[in-house]
Design a binder for this molecule. Structure first.
Ligand code: ADP
Length: 226
């Protein structure tokens, strides 16, 4: 038996709301067998379940602000402890503050791991408002769509699973997106310098096609996990 163990990949996607982190994470998840870990999804699940953390997070999320590090880290650490993440993870929407980045570095170091790459998706802010305000997802499988850029091929049925119910996030309206963009620039964009200093920063022009961006990300992932 070959007992050589490879360190699981830890990929971070950085970028403002609407940059395509979720869309790309889902594609990479399928192609590379990694686990997408979205703190936004975990928080929305906590809100839906009505847990104490969910109740505290709900108002902040609806206003477009950032949920406290304490709540986010508790949820994230819980998820990172599950066995399936051993395959490697794509962090989508985490870390978003200095405190979260430092906590992640510490958590990984304790497991003998480190960030493989932090990829900044570079986009134009104004375009993000239109992208986010028009998006919706399949209520069954989560496939993402957009009113103008990516409608289901057959009207009213999901391309991927055939589901006929779609949903829109409460915070995907123009006013809240502007608040989320402000939070991104004030608290999350500074992390780009943190990862540059660690020597793991990659940047990708994310204004092109979904497939083109996916292939740029795939090339980075193959390179950093080789
Ligand atoms: P987007 O990237 O489009 O803003 P997300 O689903 O990642 O969408 O996040 C939705 C909301 O959830 C954020 O606006 C914020 O309120 C909260 N949130 C998600 N991740 C974090 C995090 N790491 N730290 C603080 N708040 C978070």
């Amino acid at each position: 038996m070959n007992d050589t163990t490879t360190t699981p990949a830890v990929l971070i996607l950085l970028g403002p709301p609407g940059a395509g982190k979720g869309t790309q994470a889902r594609m990479l998840e399928e192609e590379f067998g990694l686990i997408q870990l979205s703190t936004g999804d975990l928080l929305r699940a906590a809100v839906a379940a009505g847990t104490p953390s969910g109740l505290a997070a709900k108002t902040v999320m609806e206003a477009g602000g950032l949920v406290s590090d304490e709540i986010v880290l508790a949820i994230l650490e819980d998820r990172m402890a599950a066995p399936d993440v051993k395959a490697g993870v794509i962090l989508d929407g985490f870390p978003r503050t200095d405190g979260q980045a430092a906590a992640l570095d510490g958590l990984l170091a304790r497991n003998g791991q480190k960030v493989s790459a932090a990829i900044s998706l570079e986009v134009d802010d104004e375009a993000m408002v239109g992208r986010v305000a028009g998006r919706f997802t399949c209520a069954n499988c989560g496939e993402g769509y957009h009113d103008t850029h990516k409608r289901p091929a057959k009207a009213d049925a999901c391309d991927k699973c055939g589901g006929t119910e779609f949903k829109r996030r409460a915070d995907d309206n123009a006013e809240t997106v502007r608040e989320r963009l402000k939070a991104y620039h004030a608290q999350t964009a500074p992390l780009i310098a943190h990862y540059r200093k660690m020597g793991v920063l990659e940047t990708v022009d994310a204004m092109g096609s979904i497939a083109g961006i996916a292939s740029a990300l795939g090339a980075i992932l193959r390179r950093v996990t080789a």
